[in-house]
Design a protein around this ligand. Structure first.
Ligand SMILES: Nc1ncnc2c1ncn2[C@@H]1O[C@H](COP(=O)(O)OP(=O)(O)OP(=O)(O)O)[C@@H](O)[C@H]1O
Ligand SMILES: [Mg+2]
Length: 308
């Protein structure tokens, strides 16, 4: 229930449920000084996580327990879980509101949400964040996110079945950012997380996640047929960057594209993307202390780093 009692910090278990594997991680220590206590990746049935949430709850609960036991170099004992949803399962909408107080925004958002989300507000958990004031107007840009209750409840239930407790559920791009970008670094960067079948593209600017979208091309597609899939990916990246520039009315120059996800290991990807987009592209090392790093662990590192 409490992350800290009498100053004793309870250890956190990062849990990343992906397309065909799940990953668990526990760290020692806090923030950039932390280091790995244990990590494991284990196979799960493909598409275990969908629009209705986690399908085989019992099987996934067992997989989590097995992963914790088999983690290296040490097995994982943390009971408090920090996990994430793919951006594609979360509804986000940026709305322009006349400038008002947070209390007024709180009242206003659920009222309006019925119009711009495809499911009733009563079936979602909702949150919002002020992105910024639009220059020269009395208007505030507010990012509203809503996750279906059915999905969040299925996480909580599965995690409980494994004898654990869900403390935090965020989106995967937010976890990637925590793992890869230090708090004092304000960007602007693009983050491309290449999963098995899909990828997420995130705009990080002024120290926060500003925009995310999903691309229906993943590492498997690049492995099967590199050229055409990469070409489509580049088109989407350029379109996304332009959309962001238009939206905020400024020609933001992205300093780099940060690659994450297992698909970032694809041969020739980094250089080809860099040449095609003319944006410096790299797999950046996570901000925790580690001697080895595979970009497929970016999300779970960020989740394990989560503190309230
Ligand atoms: N060494 C490698 N070379 C090329 N591709 C690789 C390599 N290792 C992993 N991949 C690709 O990465 C994919 C898995 O990446 P990752 O573990 O990040 O996906 P995921 O997190 O399960 O997926 P998602 O985030 O979409 O749910 C594999 O399906 C494969 O396409
Ligand atoms: Mg992933």
């Amino acid at each position: 229930m409490y992350e800290s009692v009498l100053g004793f910090k309870k250890p956190i278990l990062g849990l990343d449920i992906g397309y065909k594997t799940l990953k668990v991680m526990q760290l020692r220590g806090d923030g950039p000084g932390s280091s790995l206590l244990g990590v494991a990746e284990i196979q799960i049935p493909p598409r275990s996580l969908g629009k209705e949430g986690i399908k085989e709850k019992e099987a996934i609960a067992k997989a989590i327990t097995n992963a914790m036991l088999s983690a290296k170099p040490h097995s994982i004992t943390a009971k408090i879980v920090s996990s994430a949803l793919p951006e594609s399962l979360v509804f986000t909408k940026s709305v322009d509101l006349p400038t008002m107080t947070p209390q007024e925004i709180n009242k206003n958002i659920p009222y309006q949400a019925g119009e711009f989300f495809p499911i009733p507000p009563s079936e979602t958990y909702m949150d919002w964040q002020v992105v910024g004031e639009l220059p020269g107007t009395n208007t505030t840009d507010v990012l509203v996110v809503a996750a279906p209750k059915i999905i969040i409840d299925s996480f909580a239930e599965t995690i409980k079945m494994a004898g654990l407790e869900l403390m935090s559920l965020e989106t995967k791009p937010v976890a990637d950012v925590r793992a890869l970008i230090s708090g004092s670094d304000r960007g602007p960067y693009l983050i491309l997380d290449l999963g098995a079948k899909t990828s997420s593209l995130t705009c990080y600017d002024q120290g926060t996640v500003k925009l995310t979208s999903t691309i229906s091309i993943g590492g498997d597609d690049l492995t099967n047929d590199f050229q055409p899939n990469l070409k489509n990916m580049v088109t989407e990246i350029i379109h996304f960057a332009k959309y962001y520039q238009n939206r905020i009315g400024q020609a933001t120059i992205f300093h780099k594209i940060i690659l994450a996800g297992g698909g970032a290991n694809t041969n020739g990807l980094r250089k080809t993307l860099e040449d095609a987009t003319r944006i410096k592209t790299e797999i950046t090392w996570p901000i925790i202390k580690t001697k080895t790093y595979n970009p497929k662990y970016a999300t779970v590192i960020g989740l394990a780093m989560k503190r309230i």
